[in-house]
Design a protein around this ligand. Structure first.
Ligand SMILES: *[C@@H]1O[C@H](CO)[C@@H](O)[C@H](O)[C@H]1NC(C)=O
Ligand SMILES: *[C@@H]1O[C@H](CO)[C@@H](O)[C@H](O)[C@H]1NC(C)=O
Ligand SMILES: *[C@@H]1O[C@H](CO)[C@@H](O)[C@H](O)[C@H]1NC(C)=O
Length: 277
């Protein structure tokens, strides 16, 4: 699929392209104008219209040749994900997380807590079809021994994995392998964990900024405090996480993925211009 074929429909949606000269509306305007005119001035009008038409065509063709117009998707475009169809929304009120409104995850480090975290994402490596892989904004690799299928992971599951590692690093007495070095306390055995946790914190930062939740936290008057206090238990529009989980569980990669087997394919991904620097 060429870039033009892939992106040209966007131009109709982004409101920046002019309607074409042959659009029905313009034909109608021209027809109405000419019918009201006498034959004497018709020749002059036709000449003026011809010039206007040429000017319009030149203007339009200049716009059409702006290269960014046809190759770059608009920033409003939601990039393809094979899980787009699994997205449904619901209103959720978060646990505030202080005494009186704790979440089930606010228990001490334990086998039970590890299992709860694991249940959030440990099916996160997925097996998608070639047709789905071909629509991704980035190229992914075929699964050796599984013709027509490709490996993929929805980032939400990587995010959760990362947050779990940060949590573990905060309790190094329970998770000694996740004890990290501070800048003043560099211990070689802690290098992996330290780098991993730093990667995770910054990944989660970028993910939070990427999603930029615009739900509104409010202040309400509390007689007991004789003051207006910030309230965390507000309504959020959320993607239904269980639907995304179901999507991944249905496509979970069960076989061992051998990353040392190279498989060539004919998938060509588009080039996107990123604002990130
Ligand atoms: C870090 O992890 C990698 C891969 O798991 C391992 O090969 C390496 O020895 C580890 N390094 C340290 C300092 O533990
Ligand atoms: C609340 O604050 C106001 C203004 O500071 C004060 O006049 C009032 O007595 C306080 N009420 C209570 C119940 O503390
Ligand atoms: C993924 O696509 C983006 C946008 O085109 C590009 O900037 C980035 O380098 C690509 N990454 C990989 C791993 O292909």
């Amino acid at each position: 699929m060429s870039k033009e074929q892939e992106y040209s429909p966007l131009m109709a949606e982004d409101g920046e392209t002019e309607p074409s000269l042959s659009s029905p509306q313009r034909k109608g305007i021209v027809a109405r104008c000419t019918s009201k005119l006498t034959r004497g001035v018709l020749g002059v009008i036709i000449a003026i219209e011809t010039i206007a038409l040429i000017v319009a065509l030149v203007t339009l063709s200049t716009k059409r040749h702006r290269p960014t117009c046809f190759v770059t998707p608009t920033p409003q475009q939601v990039l393809y994900s094979p899980a787009l169809d699994a997205i449904e929304h619901e209103v959720r009120v978060y646990n505030v997380g202080f005494t009186g409104d704790l979440s089930p995850f606010q228990i001490p480090s334990s086998v039970k807590l590890d299992q709860m975290w694991s249940d959030l994402y440990n099916f996160g490596i997925s097996r998608i079809t070639k047709e789905e892989a071909a629509q991704l904004p980035n190229k992914t690799h075929a699964i050796p021994g599984d013709p027509g299928h490709y490996i993929a992971e929805l980032d939400v599951f990587h995010n959760l994995h990362c947050l779990n590692k940060v949590r573990m690093a905060l309790d190094p007495d329970y998770y000694p392998e996740w004890r990290i070095s501070t800048t003043n306390n560099w211990i070689e055995e802690q290098k992996n964990a330290t780098e991993h946790v730093h990667h995770c914190i910054d990944w989660i930062r970028q993910s939070i900024m990427c999603a930029a939740d615009t739900s509104v936290i409010v202040w309400q008057w509390k007689n007991w405090a004789n003051a207006s206090l910030v309230q965390g238990n507000v309504a959020h529009t959320c993607r239904k996480f269980d639907k995304i989980q179901d999507w991944a569980k249905d496509r979970m990669l069960l076989k061992t993925f051998d990353p040392t087997v190279r498989i060539e394919d004919d998938i060509v991904v588009p080039i996107f211009h990123s604002d990130m620097s």
